[in-house]
Design a protein around this ligand. Structure first.
Ligand code: NDP
Length: 315
């Protein structure tokens, strides 16, 4: 049976951006309803130790951080629903959000915080070691510190890989940069930086066949795509920086997205091209991608939503 209801502020997605938006929206009495999505808690649910979220001097496990954020949002009255958004209609107000392919919610304002998902090589060894937190990571800023003074590798030839390679080079003894083509896609400035960093060894024309190690990464087996020659490198950490997918398929054609599918916001605000629809977190940020920056932009989205509703006499 189909049901419908009217809500002042719907938050779509439940990572650090969504929960922070929820805390602010609930405290501003917007009575937010959060649709938590297919992977409640977002990317931090598959992370172990988080050492860079301010306020946790001893670090915190990713799932515990998300649980704390959820409890804080619920303490002020956020209603969290473990459902998913199957379609949206932003062509008229109130906005229409269909959940679980059947129930229609009407919303006066919407905050989108559906995040982004890291791309992986999809090797069996990579996924096995990633799942046991055995030294495979898609975030150098989050996990580089664990490999201080050791040798690591990073896969990718874009700006993210180049930036993360130089970040890792400051912490680690040596960084192998594994690039499948014979050139980098990164900007000229970033190319020059990696090529002039003494402890980064460029491995052009190489792809990864296997990440080696049982309980933790001990090496990687690579293949030269031009000659077919195989090569083993000894490393303690394996970083993958081959891009992210913003989780925006449901918003295609409904909001302005950039060429990679990220939601466009007006700089300095969380406002999208549709008045009353706001976006925060990794779904609109391909540069910083940190839990704390996502949380900060979630706060901005809730403040923008509250002010917008007030300007319409709806709050
Ligand atoms: P990109 O899509 O730009 O680059 C991905 C890289 O990964 C490419 O070199 C690609 O190789 C490689 N790759 C993809 N799939 C595989 C695979 N299966 N095996 C091996 N290698 C693979 O992603 P980024 O995350 O680097 O950047 C995304 C966007 O964000 C870009 O527009 C970038 O400029 C921007 N950005 C800007 C920053 C800044 O300005 N400071 C910082 C970070 C990102 P190939 O080239 O062969 O396709």
């Amino acid at each position: 049976m189909q049901s419908s209801e009217r809500i002042k502020c719907i938050i779509i997605g439940s990572g650090p951006a969504g929960y922070t938006a929820a805390i602010y929206a609930a405290r501003a009495d917007l009575k937010p309803v959060m649709i938590a999505g297919m992977e409640p808690g977002g990317q931090l649910m598959t992370t172990t130790e988080v050492d860079n979220f301010p306020g946790y001097p001893d670090g915190v496990q990713g799932p515990k951080l998300m649980d704390d954020l959820r409890k804080q949002a619920e303490r002020f009255g956020t209603v969290v629903r473990y459902e998913f958004v199957s379609s949206v209609d932003f062509s008229s107000r109130p906005f229409k959000v269909t959940v679980n392919e059947k129930d229609i919610l009407f919303a006066d304002s919407i905050i989108i915080s559906t995040g982004a998902t890291a791309k992986w090589l999809e090797l069996e060894s990579e996924q096995r070691l990633r799942k046991i937190s055995g030294g495979v990571s898609a975030c150098a800023v989050c996990d580089g510190f664990f490999f201080k003074g050791q040798d690591v590798a990073i896969v990718g030839g874009g700006d993210t890989a180049a930036e993360e390679a130089t970040y890792l080079a400051n912490i680690c003894k040596k960084v192998y940069m594994i690039v499948r083509k014979d050139f980098l896609r990164a900007s000229k400035a970033m190319q020059s930086r990696v090529e002039h960093t003494a402890n980064i060894e460029m491995l052009y024309n190489h792809e990864t066949i296997e990440v080696l190690g049982d309980k933790g990464v001990s090496g990687a087996l690579l293949k030269n795509v031009k000659t077919g020659a195989q090569k083993k490198i000894d490393i303690a950490g394996f970083f993958v920086a081959i891009g992210h997918h913003p989780n925006t398929s449901v918003f295609k054609g409904k909001l302005d997205l950039d060429e990679q599918g990220y939601i466009k916001t007006i700089p300095g605000t969380a406002q999208t091209n549709v008045e009353g629809v706001f976006a925060s977190g990794d779904v609109q940020d391909k540069t910083y991608r940190q839990a704390i920056t996502a949380a900060g932009s979630g706060c901005m989205a809730a403040l923008d939503a509250e002010r917008w509703l007030a300007s319409k006499g709806n709050h």
